[in-house]
Design a protein around this ligand. Structure first.
Ligand SMILES: *Cc1c(COP(=O)(O)O)cnc(C)c1O
Length: 381
């Protein structure tokens, strides 16, 4: 077997996507948004986040998200620094009262369960595990006060249905990090839906956003006034208090906020969540259609309903090593389609967020076919 059979492979120009970024986060940031940022930079970057130029951005972010997700009366948008990972720590302090239930079916959903497991102030959570590539179901448990779901498990490419579960007084907390803006969502189904901007919202990372129901807001306020110690940077009530004034508790990355708002308003102009989810569905049908047809490729997720329309995972035959394919593609300007390392499979993982042009996804599949044919021959299919 050749060790680097693809070192001199040059993919023909007409097979190359216009934009080669297919990562699952950070993901493609549209060039137009970066151009707009450069235009407004002299009046925005390096200016105070307590003054109108930045506060107006936060206001547009909050009202845009309220519109995009058709949030019911009483629901609010909170934001802060630290990304979805920070929100797990925050949720362990401000949203879980005593004990939670977790669905763990991949790297991200498992991480939140581990955080809660190690929290000294909480009881051991109920963890319902599912094999990689599948999604377990939650069940009602009178002994928990929060159900922790993951709308899209980014490490395995599994999407799940977010539906309200539980009894009055129990909260539904949903990690929507890679799903928000690309998968359908019914706002009445959750109490907290949190995400970061570097996936469907095509910005840089660093921020967390949470859509909160009145019950979630009430829970956070109650836990704060109880005897629990809540550090300020992890205090959801304090974050919400600042968000209501179109600010963050501490200084945010202003460029990230700007890019986030650009993508959000672009999606709203195009037709909102219905448009964005239809576009992702179209891109996904191109990618899975290819994976079904190509003799050397197979969608990793067995249940077609659970195949994510924002993150595709595709297994390759052993004679076509995914690492080699990805290396050749990278040399040709197509980046970040490697599988999730810890999954340890011969797999490609492709971001299909709203910023991705469906036509570019089609070209990507042609480029992979072209490379696979040459690597496969070199490895003697
Ligand atoms: C990316 C991701 C995270 C982590 O987001 P950060 O902004 O890096 O903290 C958490 N959950 C899911 C489902 C993700 O896709």
């Amino acid at each position: 077997m050749a060790t680097d059979s693809g070192a001199d492979l040059r993919i023909p120009q007409d097979l190359l996507p216009e934009d080669g970024r297919f990562g699952c986060g950070p993901s493609k940031v549209p060039a137009t948004a970066v151009d707009r940022l450069a235009e407004v930079a002299p009046h925005l970057l390096g200016t105070s986040h307590r003054q109108p130029p930045v506060k107006q951005l936060v206001a547009r972010l909050r009202s845009g998200l309220t519109e995009l997700f058709s949030l019911p009366d009483g629901y609010e948008v909170a934001l802060g620094n630290g990304g979805a990972s920070l929100f797990w720590d925050l949720a362990a302090l401000c949203l879980i009262e005593r004990r939670s239930q977790h669905l763990a079916f991949g790297e991200f959903s498992s991480k939140f369960a581990q955080i809660v497991q190690s929290a000294p102030h909480l009881a051991a959570p109920e963890v319902i595990e599912g094999a990689a590539g599948t999604c377990p179901r939650p069940h009602v448990n009178v002994d928990v006060d929060a159900y922790c779901l993951t709308h899209n498990e980014t490490s395995t490419g599994v999407q799940s249905e977010v539906a309200r579960i539980g009894l009055p007084g129990q909260l539904v907390l949903v990690d929507g990090t890679s799903a928000a803006g690309g998968l359908p969502l019914d706002a009445s189904s959750f109490d907290a839906y949190y995400f970061s901007p570097q996936k469907c919202f095509a910005a840089d990372g660093g921020l967390w956003v949470a859509l909160l129901s009145p019950a979630a807001i009430e829970r956070a306020a109650r836990l704060k006034s109880a005897s629990r110690w809540i550090p300020s940077s992890l205090d959801l009530s304090l974050a919400l208090q600042n968000s209501r004034q179109d600010q963050t508790y501490n200084t945010p990355a202003v460029a990230t906020l700007f890019l986030f708002v650009q993508q959000l308003e672009w999606i709203l102009e195009q037709g909102g969540l219905r448009w964005a989810t239809a576009r992702c569905r179209q891109t996904a049908s191109i990618v899975y259609g290819w994976a079904d047809r190509a003799p050397y490729a197979t969608p990793f997720v067995p249940n077609p309903d659970q195949r994510s329309q924002v993150v595709a995972t595709v297994d390759l035959a052993p004679e076509v090593p995914a690492g080699e394919v990805s290396k050749v593609l990278r040399r040709n300007g197509i980046v970040d389609i490697d599988g999730y390392r810890k999954l340890g499979r011969n797999q490609l993982r492709i971001g299909m967020f709203p910023a991705i042009e469906p036509e570019d996804a089609a070209r990507l599949t042609h480029a992979i076919d072209w490379v696979a044919a040459r690597i496969g021959v070199a490895n003697q299919i």
